[in-house]
Design a protein around this ligand. Structure first.
Ligand code: ADP
Ligand code: ZN
Ligand code: MG
Length: 479
C-alpha cells in the first residue's frame, strides 16, 4: 500500500466577550442562575425582532484581519433550521452564503518550521442553550442563558496533516484571540469549542472521504480524537474497505468515537436568508479603523524571536503566547541596555514563575522594563549574584523602585559580600604561589601585588580595604 497521509480541517467556535448578547440586550455572562439571562428575543417567542449587536461584527472583522481574510462589507444572516431542545426557535441565526470574512491564512510554527494554513471563512452566529443531565433527575434540563451568546466560527481548509499541527494551530488561534482581546478563551467554560474533520488518503491522490468529530471539548481531546480517527480510517483502508462520510461523537473518557449520523442521515439545514434582519453592512472606513487596532500578533512575534533573537521555539512560545510577557520583553529590548538573552532568561525564569505562582500579570505590578533591564545589567556585570538577583526581582514586583537602590538597601552588591571577596582571595592565592611564598618570607610588599590581582579579578568592583584584610587573614592562616 502506498504511503497514507491524513488531512484535517477544523471548525472552531469562539464565544465573544461582548457585554450583551448578539440580538438582544440580555447580559452575556457565564455562570448565572439557569434561565435568568433570557428575554422573549433569545427565547424565540413569536412576534419578537432581533437587532444585531455591532460589536459582534467589529470583533469578527478583527479576527478576520488577524487571519489575513478578505472582509465583506456586506454579508448576510441566514436561518439554519434544525430541531433540538437546546434551540427554542428551532433555527439558529448564522451565516452561510456570504460570511463576514472570506479567504485568509495563518502561519503557525510547528517544530521550528513555518507552516501556512488556509482559512476558508469566519462567520458570526448565535450560540444555542445548554442541556443538563443531572444525576438526581430523570430527564433533561434546559438552560437557555447561552442562547444568543455571540460566536464566531473559524473554518480552516483541510491543510493540517497531523494531530501535532492541529494542536499548534488551536494554540495559535487562542493566543491571537487573547491578543486582540475578543474572547475570554476559558476552555473549561466552553469559550472555545471545535469540530474536527479528518480524512486519510494515499499520497498523491485526491483527499479521502472525511468524518466529522463532534463533542471535542479540549485541545488535548482534539489530539486524541484525531489520532484515534487516523488509526480507525487507516485500518479500514488497509483491510480494503472504504471510509464513509460520517458525523461521529468523540468520547474522550473512553477514547473512542462512535457514529452519530451516516451519510444518508446528514442533516439538511434548509438555509434561507433571515427575514427579520437586514444585510450586515460594515463600512470600509470602519474596517480600516479596526485593522489599525491589531497589534503585532504572537505567531509573528514567535517567528521574530526565533529568527532574530536566537530563541528556541519553546522559549519563543512561552514569551509570545502571553501579551504581558511579550510586552515586557519587547520594551526591554527597545531600551537596548542589556543582552536579549539575559532579558529572555529573566522572563522565562523569575517572571514566568511569579505569574504562575500568583496568577497575576506583570502589568499590575510596579515592575518596569527599565528596572528589569537594570537588574539584568547588574547580574551581567557580576554586581549581584544569582540569589541576589532573585531577591531584587521579588522586591521589584512587590514594591517597585529603582534596582540600584534596592541592591544598596539590601546590601546585595558583591563588592561588600564576604563570600564573594573570600572566593576571589582564594583564587588569587592559588594562582600566585610565588608571591604568596615571598610574602610569607617577609616581603610585605608582595601583599600589594596580591591585592592588585584580586581587584583585577573582581573587575574593579571589590572594596580594596576589605580585600586586603581578607587576604592578610588567609595568608596568616596558611603560614
Ligand atoms: P460543508 O460545506 O459540507 O460543511 P466544508 O467544505 O465547509 O463542508 O468543510 C467543513 C470542514 O471540513 C472544513 O474545515 C474543511 O477544511 C474540512 N474538510 C473538507 N473536506 C475535507 C477532507 N476531505 N478531509 C478533511 N477535512 C475536510
Ligand atoms: Zn435576550
Ligand atoms: Mg461548511
Amino acid at each position: 500500500m502506498a504511503e497514507l497521509e491524513c488531512s484535517i480541517g477544523l471548525e472552531i467556535h469562539v464565544e465573544l466577550k461582548t457585554a450583551s448578547k448578539i440580538f438582544c440586550s440580555c447580559k452575556n455572562e457565564f455562570g448565572a442562575l439557569p434561565n435568568t439571562n433570557v428575554c422573549p428575543i433569545c427565547l424565540g417567542l413569536p412576534g419578537t425582532l432581533p437587532v444585531l449587536n455591532s460589536r459582534v461584527c467589529d470583533f469578527a472583522v478583527k479576527m478576520g484581519h488577524a487571519l489575513g481574510c478578505r472582509i465583506n462589507n456586506v454579508s448576510r444572516m441566514e436561518r439554519k433550521n434544525y430541531f433540538y431542545p437546546d434551540l427554542p426557535k428551532a433555527y439558529q441565526i448564522s451565516q452561510s452564503e456570504i460570511p463576514i470574512c472570506g479567504n485568509g491564512s495563518l502561519d503557525i510554527i510547528v517544530d521550528g518550521e513555518v507552516k501556512r494554513v488556509g482559512i476558508d471563512r469566519i462567520h458570526i452566529e448565535e450560540d444555542a442553550g445548554k442541556l443538563i443531565h443531572d444525576d438526581g433527575f430523570d430527564g433533561t434540563l434546559c438552560d437557555y442563558n447561552r442562547c444568543g451568546v455571540p460566536l464566531i466560527e473559524i473554518v480552516t481548509d483541510p491543510d493540517l496533516h497531523s494531530s501535532r499541527e492541529a494542536y499548534v494551530f488551536l494554540e495559535t488561534v487562542r493566543s491571537i484571540l487573547r491578543y486582540i482581546d475578543i474572547s475570554d478563551c476559558k476552555m473549561q467554560e466552553g469559550s472555545i469549542r471545535c469540530d474536527v474533520n479528518v480524512s486519510v488518503h494515499e499520497k498523491g491522490t485526491p483527499l479521502g472521504e472525511r468524518c466529522e468529530l463532534k463533542n471535542v471539548n479540549s485541545f488535548s481531546g482534539a489530539v486524541r480524537g484525531i489520532e484515534y480517527e487516523i488509526k480507525r480510517q487507516t485500518d479500514i483502508i488497509a483491510s480494503g474497505g472504504l471510509v464513509e462520510r460520517e458525523t461521529r461523537r468523540w468520547d474522550d473518557k473512553k477514547g473512542v468515537s462512535t457514529i452519530m449520523r451516516s451519510k444518508e442521515e446528514l442533516q439538511d439545514y434548509r438555509f434561507f436568508p433571515e427575514p427579520d434582519l437586514g444585510a450586515v453592512v460594515i463600512s470600509s472606513e470602519r474596517v480600516e479603523e479596526l485593522r489599525s487596532e491589531i497589534p503585532e500578533l504572537p505567531n509573528r512575534k514567535m517567528i521574530r524571536y526565533v529568527k532574530e533573537h536566537g530563541m528556541n521555539c519553546d522559549e519563543a512560545f512561552v514569551i509570545a503566547d502571553s501579551p504581558d510577557k511579550a510586552a515586557l520583553y519587547d520594551d526591554c529590548i527597545s531600551l537596548g541596555r542589556c543582552r536579549p538573552r539575559s532579558v529572555a532568561n529573566r522572563i522565562l525564569g523569575e517572571v514566568t514563575k511569579f505569574m504562575n505562582d500568583t496568577g497575576r500579570s506583570i502589568a499590575d505590578t510596579p515592575l518596569t522594563a527599565q528596572a528589569l533591564c537594570e537588574l539584568c545589567e547588574a547580574a551581567e556585570n557580576g554586581i549581584i549574584s544569582s540569589t541576589g538577583a532573585k531577591r531584587v526581582f521579588a522586591e521589584l514586583v512587590s514594591s517597585g523602585g529603582n534596582t540600584a537602590d534596592i541592591i544598596e538597601r539590601l546590601g546585595l552588591a558583591q563588592n561588600s559580600d564576604e563570600e564573594f571577596l573570600s572566593d576571589i582571595a582564594d583564587k588569587v592565592i592559588t594562582d600566585n604561589e610565588k608571591s604568596v611564598r615571598d610574602y610569607q618570607n617577609g616581603k610585605s610588599n608582595a601583599l600589594g601585588y596580591l591585592v592588585g590581582q584580586s581587584m583585577k579579578l573582581s573587575k574593579g568592583k571589590a572594596d580594596p580595604a576589605k580585600l586586603r584584610s581578607i587576604l592578610e587573614n588567609k595568608l596568616k592562616k596558611e603560614n
